[in-house]
Design a protein around this ligand. Structure first.
Ligand SMILES: [Zn+2]
Length: 139
């Protein structure tokens, strides 16, 4: 990440087939793997659709909205970060039941995160990568 003091991440290792997820450009929507034939989203990406067994798997944009399905708060310092506190969450995306994304919740204090809280995607830049994280929806 480019922000000083922000959480240090281990950069993901991914294949060309998964680049749509990690290398979006500013202004681009979050994109997830989707079956080209039956339009079922598949995250993480699978080589075969679990519903229709098609091997034609592409990527399609999602709204970027969802809710916190589950979460945990890390307080352990894994490196020299001044504040090791961060939230690891499973976000249930609005597009289809069971479409979950393992991510971080940012933009609020860890103690403010609640199961069922509405969240929206917010990308964090890390060099040439853009990491999808989520922040509370403020209405
Ligand atoms: Zn399918």
């Amino acid at each position: 990440m480019s922000d000083e003091g922000a959480m240090r991440r281990i950069r993901p290792i991914f294949t060309e087939d998964e680049a749509y997820f990690w290398t979006t450009q500013p202004g681009d929507p979050l994109r997830l793997a989707r079956c080209d034939d039956c339009e079922l989203f598949l995250h993480p990406r699978y080589p075969v659709c679990r519903r229709c067994f098609s091997r034609s798997i592409g990527a399609a944009p999602v709204s970027g909205y969802g809710e916190v399905y589950s979460f945990t708060v890390n307080h352990r310092a894994w490196n020299a970060e001044p504040d090791p506190t961060y939230v690891v969450a499973i976000v249930a995306l609005d597009e289809q039941p069971g479409l979950h994304l393992l991510t971080n919740i940012v933009g609020c204090q860890a103690e403010e995160v609640r199961i069922g809280m509405r969240v929206a995607v917010a990308f964090e830049a890390d060099g040439d990568l853009r990491i999808p994280v989520f922040e509370p929806v403020t209405e």
